[in-house]
Design a protein around this ligand. Structure first.
Ligand code: CMC
Length: 428
């Protein structure tokens, strides 16, 4: 590493030197924070494809090599060996917890799994077909009003409590939103159950019949949540950091993250993939014909392509294997999995996708797992949000601890009208 290197930039005959920043994984960036004050120029980077907004120690992605690590630990190993709660603690607090730390945090989650009873009125306020992402975002923001002591986090103990409340209650919110949408009574959390088992209980138990899923189902959900837990500066994470940069509270910031995640190009892609597979199946459309239309740019192949990965998304590999394993153990056969595999194979051998380095991303196979778990399609992005919650919290916390943190405030190149005189109504 050479921290002292600089980049030389020549502008209007003037040469300025800008510091080069190196990361431990040989990532390099040019620190342009003094560019405008030195030259009057700003940089223009629509979509921030080349812009580093912060230094972060949480998650490392190498898009060319298809590598993803949480705090240095490879995603494949985390998916195989860790639990969701351990992963969350690693992301938020920086290290794998000791047994005692994990036990204490689990107790905190258990103590905080209920919602304030008044919050149930918020669910009643939504129409029956209200989207669960809208409910989730609203409920998370509302949650802050029930925990006003945590709107201004003072120390690590406040942070641990706020994180536990959000991670625990978000699954209650999600399950209540689902129950509301199908007209069933809310099922309260059971403190004797593990994080994932408890969520499945709230989703699928009814007052007179307890849902007791097989261990493989619980493990598949755990794995799903682990691989979604963080992905550095993606759109929703950047949203959380942007909102947090104003010193807005954690509840408001993660609520904004849910809204950013909702879109089809981001966390909404998992439900869009399922709609696409279902459409191909229902209409008996051939993969070849469908891909022809994608290549004519009538629409995108959902679950394919990524801003950072120009190689296999390692999460897609993990989830593809998990989808197969789950269906095998449950003795299920899913035509949509066959169509997905056919699509993947055809796309990976097609010049259009090869030239653009488009590979399956995390959303391509994740829906097939959720489908096997019995989760309905509108809940798919909600499941993504439950998984991503530790990542958002970790980034919000990291930013709040950063002594160099500034309010996020990009600039623009103004392209509108030059100054003109106001035109009175009768002259327009
Ligand atoms: N299907 C067909 N063509 C595509 C696709 C796709 N899924 N993705 C990119 N392209 C083409 C695009 O048309 C463009 O072609 P050309 O150079 O001829 O104009 C080229 O590839 C580059 O596309 P881009 O839009 O500049 O790439 P981007 O980095 O801005 O977009 C993306 C990344 C994820 C938004 C995009 O790949 C996409 O829309 N994928 C489908 C939606 C999806 O699966 N999203 C989930 C992303 S992963 C999880 C997450 O973020 O939540």
């Amino acid at each position: 590493m050479n921290e002292k290197k600089t980049a030389r930039l020549e502008l209007d005959g003037k040469v300025i030197e800008l510091p080069v920043v190196y990361g431990p994984e040989n990532e390099v960036g040019i620190d342009i924070s003094s560019l405008r004050s030195q030259t009057g120029f700003i940089t223009l980077d629509p979509g921030y494809a080349n812009t580093g907004a912060c230094k972060s120690g949480i998650t490392f992605v190498d898009g060319e090599k298809g590598i993803l690590r949480y705090r240095g630990y490879p995603i494949e190993e985390m998916a195989q060996r860790s639990s969701f709660i351990e992963t969350a603690m690693l992301l938020i607090f920086g290290e794998l917890p000791t047994r005692e730390e994990r036990t204490n945090f689990r107790s905190l989650l258990r103590e905080n799994e209920l919602l304030h009873e008044d919050m149930l009125h918020h669910f009643e306020g939504f129409p029956p077909n209200g989207h669960p992402m809208a409910i989730m975002s609203a409920a998370l923001n509302a949650l802050g009003s029930y925990h006003t002591d945590l709107l201004n986090i003072q120390d690590t103990s406040d942070m641990r409590l706020a994180a536990a409340k959000i991670i625990s209650k978000v699954r209650t919110i999600a399950a209540f939103a689902y129950k509301k949408s199908i007209g069933e009574p809310a099922v309260y959390p059971d403190p004797n159950l593990s994080y994932c088992r408890n969520f499945l209980h709230m989703m699928f138990s009814i007052p007179y019949r307890m849902y007791d899923p097989p261990q493989e189902v619980v493990r598949a959900l755990t794995l799903f949540l682990i691989v979604h837990a963080d992905h550095e500066q993606n759109c929703s994470c950047s949203t959380v950091r942007m909102v947090g940069s104003t010193e807005a509270n954690l509840f408001a910031s993660v609520s904004a993250g849910v809204c950013a995640l909702w879109g089809r190009l981001h966390g909404g892609a998992n439900s869009a993939v399922m709609d696409m597979l279902d459409y191909l199946h229902r209409e008996k459309l051939s993969v070849k014909d469908y891909l022809e239309q994608v290549k004519q740019k009538k629409f995108r192949l959902m679950g394919f392509g990524h801003r950072v990965y120009k190689n296999f998304d390692p999460r897609a590999r993990v989830l593809k294997r998990a989808a197969h394993d789950l269906l095998d153990t449950l003795g299920l056969q899913d035509d949509l999995l066959d169509i997905a595999q056919e699509l993947e194979e055809a796309a990976l051998n097609d010049d259009f996708f090869i030239e653009r380095k488009l590979y399956p991303n995390v959303d391509f196979y994740s829906g097939l797992i959720l489908r096997a778990l019995g989760i309905p399609v509108p809940m798919y992005p909600v499941m993504f949000a439950i998984g991503r919650m530790p990542g958002w919290i970790a980034h919000w916390y990291e930013e709040s601890q950063d002594p160099n943190m500034k309010i996020h405030r990009p600039r623009q190149i103004y392209m509108g009208s030059k100054e003109r005189k106001y035109v009175p109504m009768h002259k327009r």
